[in-house]
Design a protein. Structure first.
Length: 296
């Protein structure tokens, strides 16, 4: 793991300055929601190694407690298309570049929302578990293809990827708070409260994954928090501003209460006048409560 950490520092120092080539990857079309080839910029990335500011892809590595051991970079061949864009020579590498691009997009969103510019973490990119998953003990991610039958692979689902990268930003917070805020940030990044459904094999016929819908009585506190934040962000029309407020509130809470009301009160405390009144109305309606300290 130590060589990977040193490489992360080298990547961070090397970023910036030169012009950035566009890279052809598979992504999700914003209008249709279907998979499509896209040309994107991946600033600071070493394409053949699939490493850069967003992540360091590793094949054949394992997690042993708090350590990532073994493994090697993918060693991808890169070609230039007639359009001028760069592309991977193999399907495996094309998949990895698409997954890296999804992480870079999530990184940019989180930075815009006030997240910390963390050094890239290793990503064990041959996991049997579909999608991206953060492993706090090792400060690393696992990444796998699938799930089978899903409309969008979980590893390039913008919301799902942003959620996991947000969990890394919030690893010092209480789990219930981190999970709730990260779940909301995924929805804000995707612009879709039901973003998880597209990466489920059977979809979400009951709407149980939709943050905009009513929550069952047994819903977790993290789901209640995420749903409340989405309801306010949707009404306000400012997803990025709501994301900034949610991140700031989670950090300010520290090791305090894990109740959704505590986080939402800290969100409301950042607002003034009509904006605060609007947030308080939404939060009280979602929580079926009146005891929000920042709300008059």
């Amino acid at each position: 793991m130590r060589p990977l950490a040193l490489f992360a520092i080298a990547i961070a120092l090397a970023c910036g300055g030169a012009g950035v080539d566009r890279v052809s990857v598979t992504g999700v079309d914003k209008l249709s929601g279907e998979l499509a080839s896209q040309d994107v910029e991946l600033p600071g990335a070493a394409l053949s190694a699939v490493r850069g500011p967003a992540a360091m892809m590793v094949l054949g590595a394992t997690i042993d407690g708090s350590m990532v051991t073994g493994g090697q970079s993918p060693g991808c061949g890169i070609l230039r298309k007639p359009t001028g864009a760069l592309a991977a020579r193999t399907l495996t590498c094309a998949t990895l570049l698409g997954q890296y691009a999804a992480m870079e997009k999530a990184r940019q969103f989180l930075l815009a929302a006030g997240a910390e510019a963390l050094l890239p973490a290793p990503v064990l990119a041959d996991s049997p578990t579909p999608g991206l998953h953060y492993v706090p003990a090792a400060d690393a991610f696992t990444l796998g293809e699938g799930p089978a039958g899903a409309r969008v692979p979980a590893a390039i689902n913008a919301g799902a990827v942003a959620r996991e990268m947000a969990l890394r930003q919030l690893k010092a917070q209480r789990p219930q708070v981190a999970e709730g805020v990260a779940l909301f940030l995924g929805a804000a990044a995707a612009g879709d409260p039901g973003y998880l459904a597209s990466s489920e094999s059977g979809g979400d016929p009951t709407g149980s994954l939709d943050l905009a819908g009513p929550l069952p009585p047994e819903a977790s506190s993290s789901s209640v928090l995420a749903g409340s934040l989405w309801a306010w962000a949707d009404v306000s029309g400012d997803l990025l501003g709501a994301s900034r407020a949610a991140l700031a509130a989670a950090r300010a809470l520290g090791a305090g209460s894990t109740e959704p009301a505590a986080v939402l009160s800290l969100v409301a405390a950042q607002l003034n006048g009509a904006e605060r009144d609007q947030a308080c109305v939404v939060f009280r309606a979602r929580l079926h409560a009146t005891d929000l300290q920042a709300c008059p």
